[in-house]
Ligand binder design. Sequence first.
Ligand code: SAH
Length: 251
Amino acid sequence: MSLFPFPPGSVALVGAGPGDPGLLTRCALQALQEADVVIHDQLISPEILALAAPGAVPVAVGKEGFGPSTPQAMTNALMVTHARAGARVVRLKGGDPAIFARLDEEIAALQAAGIAWQVVPGITAASAAAASLGQGLTLRGRTPGVRLITGHDMTGFAEQDWRALAAPGAVAAIYMGKRAARFLQGRLMMHGAAATTPVTLVENASRPSERILPATLATLPEAAAQLDGPAILLLGLAPRRAHTDAKEVTA
Ligand code: SAH
């Protein structure tokens, strides 16, 4: 994707990446600089919001953790109202807008209202978390695929293909998995996963407050209890120590 035309009266659904402003794409930056209104999730870092045009009006929506949230219908109505008034509207979402971010619901609302829209992808939290571990999410010969799954959905803890996830070598990036830690542990072990399977929790990936908590399936609930920010659970991956060691050696 190259830099794009962003006409007045349209909406750009933009991925802001995991938090580090350096992980914003050039297209996302352009959208922010041309925006009249920025409708953003609560989790977007202030450093990224500060990149918006000085006159752009920020509007916070969504929810923080399990706290109070803006109803989706309200977010949809805000986008439509501002676009109809002729604004260039940025709908700014953490990570990638296509991953656990209600992209389709928002596009459906814009289409129903006859508003022009486009999507600007972003770096998803799983990519930032894997980078911090120094691990590939896939590995030739061992991990032929990676699953991006959620710990819970609208009806409660989310059911998944547990047999596949419990197989040796399986890798999954689990979003919104903090509260589901014990459920995940139970389901995976019930389907044959070893208690020693590595699970690494990466909190606030790419932010100055980032924390990496290495755990195993056996210790997952205790590790999850230590989290207080957004976190990705990387099932099947342990941190690779070599990259920090290498720095020490060459220093
Ligand atoms: N669209 C986002 C995901 C939104 S769902 C993306 O592509 O990254 C919200 C969940 O994403 C959080 O509960 C957490 O599991 C994860 N998340 C978002 N930002 C994160 C970060 N900086 N570090 C770790 N996890 C993060």
